[in-house]
Write a protein that binds this ligand. Structure first.
Ligand code: ADP
Ligand code: MG
Length: 342
């Protein structure tokens, strides 16, 4: 089959730690045709969506290590119609490029797109978990999303000693701060900084209950088709409260607790319903902090600590999905012929 990745530029990845590269490597090893492109390379020609692609040159021998694969892969350039691919895999970093989704809307009935466009639209920022149904806050922390500074100050004043403030759209731990009541004198300045832009627009922020136990790290679970396929614990460095690897966290093995398994069971069906087939969830003390749907990472770290190859499961799933679609198409074609000839 032919696969197109819409992703960040090839040269910007760190080959040893890149989950997208691990997936591409597996597709290429299995002999599939593979092209990569970026959101900025999408183009409409005569009402048909195309992409300026870099196609991987087929070779007999594929290097085993990601580093060598990254260094040795050769490409040739082609302008290709998106509807001609069997699969499109979206792996771009936030913030979400809405125009990219408009391009892809025109091909969504022809190609299996992972994750689903409408699911990504719904879940591309931290609002997705904030509105998850969980009235008693059994697995979603108490969360406020607003631009209203007076409201935020009131909640902070009335709230517990520690709270978390973060931008709605961040990733990699960027802008996630631990607020302590003792720092109340800085609140006005902080809220101005987070909410007001110089150009007169404003940003939403999230104010969230601080989940006890976060200093022990958070758990990243990769969910495929609504079920966990791998987990790891990220432990924050000495000098930070955040667990993100990009913020200095380190990765260790983690076996899912019963509470975490229950959380996966509760959210899995909704993820699948929203077409969010491959996501990374962040969990602290059994509470869901975030669902990463755009370019969830963790594959390479899990592979290293468990000596496994998580990407194989992801590619198996994609292959099954494509076979399912091809079979359905063939069946319809046969039935249509039957009716035609009647
Ligand atoms: N409510 C919270 N309580 C405690 N720690 C938190 C909370 N929210 C975020 N953190 C810490 O900050 C990190 C990054 O937050 P997250 O919401 O996952 O945003 P990002 O998209 O930047 O990864 C988490 O992995 C965790 O270590
Ligand atoms: Mg996170």
């Amino acid at each position: 089959m032919n696969v197109c990745f819409i992703m960040y530029p090839w040269n910007e990845m760190n080959p040893e730690d890149d989950s997208t590269l691990a997936m591409i490597h597996e597709f290429v090893k299995r002999g599939h045709g593979l092209a990569i492109t970026t959101p900025a390379n999408l183009t409409i020609r005569d009402s048909v969506a195309y992409a300026f692609c870099r196609c991987v040159t087929r070779k007999d021998k594929i290097p085993g290590s990601l580093k060598a694969f990254h260094a040795k892969t050769e490409f040739y350039d082609e302008m290709l119609p998106l509807a001609g691919f069997d699969v499109i895999i979206l792996r771009s970093n936030p913030p979400l490029d809405m125009i990219m989704l408009n391009f892809l809307d025109s091909v969504k009935d022809d190609v299996f797109i992972m994750n689903d466009l409408d699911g990504i639209r719904r879940a591309n920022n931290k609002m997705y978990t904030a509105v998850f149904e969980d009235e008693d806050n059994e697995f979603i922390p108490r969360t406020h999303v607003t631009k209203n500074k007076e409201y935020l100050k009131k909640i902070i004043k009335e709230g517990p000693e520690k709270m978390i403030l973060k931008p709605l759209n961040g990733y990699g731990g960027s802008g996630v701060i631990l607020l302590e009541k003792s720092a109340m004198k800085s609140i006005n300045s902080l809220l101005d900084f987070y909410i007001d832009n110089k150009d007169g627009t404003s940003n939403y922020v999230i104010l969230q209950e601080y989940i006890e136990g976060a200093d022990q790290g958070d758990v990243r679970v990769l969910m495929l088709n609504g079920k966990p396929i791998g987990a790891m614990r990220r432990v924050p460095g000495e000098e930070d409260h955040r667990s993100n690897v990009s913020a200095g966290g380190t990765v260790v093995k983690h076996i899912l607790t019963n509470e975490e398994k229950e959380l996966c069971r509760r959210i899995g069906p909704k993820l699948v319903k929203d077409g969010l087939y491959f996501v990374g969830i962040d969990v602290i003390n059994g509470m869901l902090v975030e669902v990463n749907v755009m370019s969830p990472g963790g594959i390479t770290y899990m592979n290293r600590v468990y000596k496994t190859r998580v990407q194989e499961k992801v590619i198996d799933f994609v292959e099954d999905k494509v076979v399912e679609r091809v079979n359905a198409f063939e069946r319809r074609k046969k039935l249509r012929k039957h009716v035609d000839e009647a």
